[in-house]
Each structure stands twice: as structure tokens, then as C-alpha cells.
Design a protein around this ligand. Structure first.
Ligand code: RIB
Ligand code: CA
Length: 318
């Protein structure tokens, strides 16, 4: 097995239960991913809450040396929309988490992202699992850094439907202009939209299996417990692992089906603002700008996620 280089990673999001599980997954993939920076954005909850949540998750995972910075508290052009119906008042309701073990970076998210990319010895991969405001702000402020970005792996969008309006998925609806900037940037975008993330669910009996394995596993199971409360009311069979898809694809692309399409943003429209519109038949004459994930081997996804969560037992036994 060739000794593959680790991907240098910046994790940007709005924790959020599924953002938190995405971070656990990224930390578990320690042989494949090297988390160099974490940046919070307003989304599921206010920026102050998502920032504090990232700092608490970092404490749970003992990521004391990874800098964490606060980013934009609202979208580029509009007011923030939050989602307490899914994530609660704190943005990460459910299990009690440890207090932060490191200070918040004095840099802004864009400054930390730019510093990380400039100092990196190789190209950097950005995972962005909330509204794309920080990433778009980085691309606007530092166009010269685009060539050092390997790709932007996002959770967001939906090629055929939305989950906050009929046409738009939450992350992209919160800040459609940012997604438009990203799609026009020329930087490779990998889109884990609802087309795949609504197939990447974990069943209650599946997360029960790892609940008592170790302290991280217990917290992940209790995040699933909480996250599933509203999803169950909506009729879903399990907890939707939206954000973990954006991490999982980077290490296990083989369990997904992906297709490259030209995707454009609907920024106007009474009913369709925030829609990610795919050019399936090449009618625009534009080259594809987005690798769109369309399907996933759910059982394999759950197997890998469960194994990742269980891997924290070693740390506990040390
Ligand atoms: O639509 C799902 C997305 O919105 C996820 O990223 C979830 O965390 C929320 O941010
Ligand atoms: Ca999110």
C-alpha cells in the first residue's frame, strides 16, 4: 500500500450536530487528514454559539493545538437564518461537553485560513459544512491563494430539491451569494448536497451499537439522539449525516457515486432563491464546475463511521 500523503485540512462550519460528527470523523481519520485550522460561521446558531461549540468539541477530542477562529456572523448580503428547531438553543443541545482547553485565535476566520494556506507545505483542502460565507470571503480577499486550494468539499445544496424551502437547502439558502462566488471561482468544488446526504442516515439501532464504546462514542450517540428528535417528527428513518459526507468523500470516495456538472446559483426568484441548478445536458455550454455526490453505499458509510467513532477507545485506554 503506497504511503499516501495526508490531506492538509481546514474545517469550516456551524456546529450543529452533524458538523460536530463531521469533526469527529475528520479527527478519527488521523492517517489521512491533518486538521490545521478550524473556523466557525453563523448558521445553525449565532456565530458566538457555533464558535464556542467548536471549542468544546476540540476539547472533547483533545485537539488542543489546532487554532480555532470565529468568522462571519452573518451572510454577505442578508440577515442570518438559524435552525434551533434542529440543533436547539445552544446549537449543540444534548450531552454536556468539556469546557474549551485552548484560547480562541485572535485572527478572524479569513485571516487564519489565509495564514494556514500560505504556510502550508502543500495544497490545502477546505471542508465547509455551514453557510459558505467564510470561504467566499477568503476567495474575495485572497484570490492569489486559489491555486493553493486543492478543493472545497462542502455540505450544501440539492440538485432537485431543498430542505428549508422547496427549492433551497439550508446552508446555501442562508448565503446564496457566497455559493455563487465559490462556483465561479475556478476552485474545484465537491458538493455533498441533499441528493446524497439524505441517503446517508444512521439508524437508532446502529448508533446504539457504539454508544457505550468510549466517551467520544457516547457523545456522538447522544448527538444523534438529539438530532433525530426533529428528523423523526419529519418521518426520517434515522439521523441524517449531512456534514460527515463532506469529510467521508475525501477518504472513501469509493462508497459514493459522483458526477461532474455545471452548477449555477439562483439568486433571485420568489420561490427558488438559493437553488443550486445543475446543467445536466450541457445546455449552458459551460464546463462542469462541481463534482456532485448523488448516491452512497449507506451500510458501508455507517460501518466506516462506527469504526471511526470506536477508534477513540485507544486514546481512552492509553
Ligand atoms: O441542510 C443541512 C445543513 O444545514 C447541515 O450542514 C446542517 O448542519 C445545517 O448547517
Ligand atoms: Ca452544518
Amino acid at each position: 500500500m503506497e504511503n499516501k500523503k495526508k490531506k492538509i485540512l481546514i474545517l469550516d462550519g456551524d456546529p450543529g450536530h452533524d458538523d460536530a460528527i463531521a469533526m469527529v470523523l475528520a479527527a478519527a481519520f488521523k492517517d489521512e487528514l491533518d486538521i490545521r485550522a478550524i473556523t466557525a460561521v453563523g448558521g445553525n446558531q449565532t456565530l458566538a454559539k457555533t464558535t464556542l461549540n467548536y471549542r468544546k468539541i476540540a476539547a472533547l477530542l483533545n485537539l488542543k493545538d489546532v487554532p480555532i477562529a470565529a468568522g462571519r456572523d452573518k451572510p454577505l448580503m442578508t440577515d442570518l437564518i438559524i435552525a434551533p428547531n434542529y440543533h436547539g438553543e445552544s446549537g449543540l443541545d444534548g450531552p454536556k461537553l468539556p469546557d474549551p482547553i485552548s484560547e480562541l485565535s485572535p485572527l478572524s476566520a479569513v485571516e487564519l485560513m489565509a495564514k494556514t494556506i500560505k504556510e502550508a507545505e502543500d495544497k490545502v483542502t477546505i471542508v465547509a459544512t455551514g453557510p459558505q460565507t467564510n470561504v467566499a470571503s477568503l476567495l474575495l480577499a485572497h484570490p492569489e491563494l486559489k491555486e493553493k486550494i486543492e478543493c472545497i468539499s462542502i455540505m450544501g445544496g440539492g440538485l432537485n430539491h431543498g430542505n428549508w424551502t422547496a427549492a433551497a437547502e439550508f446552508n446555501i439558502l442562508v448565503d446564496p451569494e457566497s455559493m455563487d462566488i465559490e462556483l465561479r471561482s475556478g476552485v474545484p468544488v465537491i458538493m455533498s448536497g441533499l441528493d446524497v446526504t439524505e441517503k446517508a442516515y444512521v439508524l437508532p439501532e446502529e448508533w446504539d451499537k457504539f454508544r457505550n464504546d468510549n466517551k467520544v462514542a457516547k457523545v456522538v450517540a447522544e448527538w444523534c439522539d438529539f438530532f433525530y428528535i426533529h428528523l423523526k417528527e419529519l418521518g426520517w428513518p434515522g439521523a441524517l449525516m449531512h456534514d460527515p459526507c463532506a469529510v467521508m468523500y475525501l477518504v472513501h470516495p469509493e462508497i459514493f457515486v459522483a458526477k461532474d456538472y455545471y452548477v449555477e446559483m439562483e439568486l433571485k426568484g420568489e420561490y427558488c432563491r438559493g437553488a443550486t441548478v445543475p446543467d445536466y445536458y450541457g445546455l449552458t455550454g459551460n464546463k462542469p464546475n462541481c463534482k456532485c455526490l448523488l448516491d452512497v453505499d449507506r451500510e458501508k458509510f455507517v460501518e466506516i463511521l462506527s469504526e471511526a467513532v470506536r477508534s477513540f477507545k485507544e486514546a481512552e485506554d492509553e
